[in-house]
Design a protein around this ligand. Structure first.
Ligand SMILES: C[S@@+](CC[C@H](N)C(=O)[O-])C[C@H]1O[C@@H](n2cnc3c(N)ncnc32)[C@H](O)[C@@H]1O
Length: 293
């Protein structure tokens, strides 16, 4: 990999990207992550690749592309580039009706008081967790509502995975800019967040310990080291994938759930989907399925 060359590379004009060059980069991203960049998002891809080329001292797309194929340096560089080429926007409590469904409808059924088949441990997966807000939201909701069930203690853990190492590092630290705390309803804020200084707050240690972050590429989902999950939460990820790939992933999610397990997707992210082992939850605002057998 070429060394960064400071001011010189910042001043060097960057090449423009013609359509066949764009296809080459878009193909690379799709082959390695499943993420599709439509031509309408070409500017985003070009800016991201060029930005990284500046930092690594490359002036030609083909040189940078060739270096990315090198073993092992190319693989190391890819871990940085993939972070730039993927969208990481996320929020705490991003889609409140989905978390309400988990808290008020699903949880009482699988862990409710008086339920003979009630579980004593729950394992959730936040798929494409970005910087962790979704995973911590799940942990807050599970902790708050499970602790309200009087009989018996129900343990839970959340596995949070993403392809982006920088995003996972933020999640692992559990440290966020102060203004983001506004996304968290007051009752949860008081219980699970600690103000650090004027600029930041941190997720409390007890909750952080419930969430494990790991790098995992969804293209390997069929070989996921997870099984018999109670809850799979996958929002704002499948939209970046091709239709066939989405369906393959959904079938894999269905296999990874245990009977009674819940799959929550982003509303409108998948249409006309049916699976023999999944029953659609009847809800106007939430796209969710329960595994029946
Ligand atoms: C827009 S964020 C969604 C974050 C969160 N789920 C939410 O709804 O707020 C999409 C995330 O999917 C991740 N992602 C994209 N392709 C992936 C893949 N093949 N494997 C794992 N994660 C992937 C990206 O790195 C990004 O962090």
């Amino acid at each position: 990999m070429a060394a960064a060359t400071g001011n010189w590379s910042a001043l060097t004009p960057m090449p423009s990207m013609d359509d066949s060059e764009f296809e080459r980069w878009a193909d690379l991203l799709e082959k390695r992550t499943g993420v599709i960049v439509p031509v309408t998002r070409k500017a985003f891809l070009v800016t991201s690749v060029r930005g990284r080329m500046r930092e690594t001292g490359h002036t030609r797309f083909e040189d940078y592309f060739r270096d990315l194929q090198k073993v092992p340096e190319g693989a190391i560089e890819w871990t940085t580039l993939v972070d730039r080429l993927t969208v990481h926007e996320t929020h705490f409590f991003r889609h409140p009706p989905s978390f309400d469904l988990i808290a008020k409808d699903w949880l009482p059924r699988v862990a409710g008081n008086g339920n003979a088949a009630a579980q004593t441990a729950l394992h959730a997966w936040s798929v494409g967790c970005s910087s962790g807000e979704e995973a911590y939201t799940l942990a807050m909701v599970l902790d708050r509502h499970l602790s309200a069930i009087p009989a018996g203690k129900v343990y839970f853990g959340v596995t949070a995975t993403d392809v982006s190492l920088p995003a996972l590092a933020v999640g692992r630290a559990g440290l966020y800019p102060r203004q983001r705390i506004e996304e968290i309803p007051a009752e949860y804020r008081q219980r699970y967040c600690e103000a650090l200084d004027e600029d930041s707050f941190r997720i409390g240690e007890t909750l952080r310990k419930r969430v494990g972050f790991a790098q995992f590429n969804l293209l390997d989902a069929a070989r996921a080291p997870l099984k018999r999950l109670d809850l799979i939460f996958c929002q704002n990820v499948l939209i970046y994938f091709a239709r066939d790939r989405r369906r393959e992933l959904l079938a894999t999610f269905a296999n990874l759930l245990k009977p009674g397990g819940l799959l929550v997707l982003g509303a409108g992210e998948v249409t006309n989907f049916a699976h023999a082992n999944l029953r659609r939850v009847d809800h106007r605002q939430v796209l969710a399925f329960v595994r029946n057998t």
